[in-house]
Design a protein around this ligand. Structure first.
Ligand SMILES: [Zn+2]
Length: 285
């Protein structure tokens, strides 16, 4: 089994991402089904099989840069609350393709409108207003991630009591996918995620001291002396409950509910509705 499928799929996924929630739920709610970096920046994992390419939006409060709330605070409370992380409605996970009209996702629409208005009115706006548009655009940006089925070598358990082992889901950003693909290319002839001939991989997160937000990743093969150590799945590991990664891609936001909760502050609603600001000759800023 060659690694062609992984590099081909990886290239397509990254190309598609360039052109441009952690909500497992159900029976998994009480399990540590998501791979957790914890306090350590280095882990050994065994990836099993292909990945799934997902797209999402974080619409909760942003910790980076100026934050502009796009929804009323009430949106995130109560029985009918909107999750702070939602899938992008313009992305079809199963076919890995974008909605050609791009109309399905209200968050993308808001971001696109903010961008268009910034281009149209930007030069006439004072800096503070311009920054609001920029913050809205940034907030609505799509995040591309890749879900991998992995065995966490250090902590393969799904429960705190350490009674149940199983596969976990690693949510990898672009940069980690690239590192894994680079490793896959190096290991010509070995299917690094194949159940029978795959390998253990040390993944490492490097956070820049300066910015604290600049993160790079490396993925290296675990060695056995001078040789790459291949780790065929054991009988026990083969019996781990399988995970359908597609089920962990998250759900898009309910469009009606989103529109109901659009903030009236900072002209968010106006931008969403793309009201013609030329009329009357003045932008509402
Ligand atoms: Zn979207």
């Amino acid at each position: 089994m060659s690694n062609d499928f992984l590099s081909k799929h990886g290239a397509e996924a990254l190309k598609s991402a360039a052109s441009l929630s952690n909500n497992g739920g159900g029976n998994f709610a009480k399990e540590n089904i998501w791979f957790d970096w914890g306090k350590k920046d280095e882990h050994v994992i065994r990836i099993v099989g292909d990945f799934v390419s997902i797209r999402s939006h974080w619409i909760g409060e942003s910790k980076f840069g100026q934050d502009v709330a796009i929804l009323n605070p009430s949106a995130f409370k109560g029985d009918n609350k909107i999750p702070m992380q939602v899938a992008c409605g313009n992305w079809d996970v199963e076919t890995e393709s974008e909605d050609p009209d791009g109309d399905a996702c209200p968050i993308c629409r808001l971001g696109k409108n903010a961008d268009a208005m910034l281009k149209k009115y930007g030069k006439d706006l004072v800096e503070a207003d311009k920054n609001i548009f920029k913050a809205i655009r940034r907030k609505c940006a799509v995040k591309c991630n890749y879900l991998f089925k992995v065995i966490d070598r250090e902590n393969p358990y799904l429960d705190e009591e350490k009674t149940k082992k199983g596969y976990k889901i690693l949510r990898a950003p672009d940069k980690l996918l690239k590192a894994i693909l680079a490793l896959s290319d190096q290991m010509k002839g070995i299917g690094i995620t194949s159940p029978d001939e795959g390998i253990d991989i040390t993944i490492k997160k490097v956070v820049s001291d300066n910015t604290k937000t600049d993160v790079t990743y490396t993925a290296l093969a675990v060695m056995d002396g001078m040789k790459v150590k291949q780790t065929p799945l054991t009988a026990e590991e083969k019996e781990y409950r399988d995970l359908d990664l597609y089920k962990f891609a998250g759900k898009p936001v309910d469009k009606e509910r989103f529109e109901e909760e659009l903030s009236e502050e900072n002209n968010v609603k106006t931008i969403y509705e793309n009201a013609d600001m030329d009329e009357g000759g003045n932008a509402p800023f």
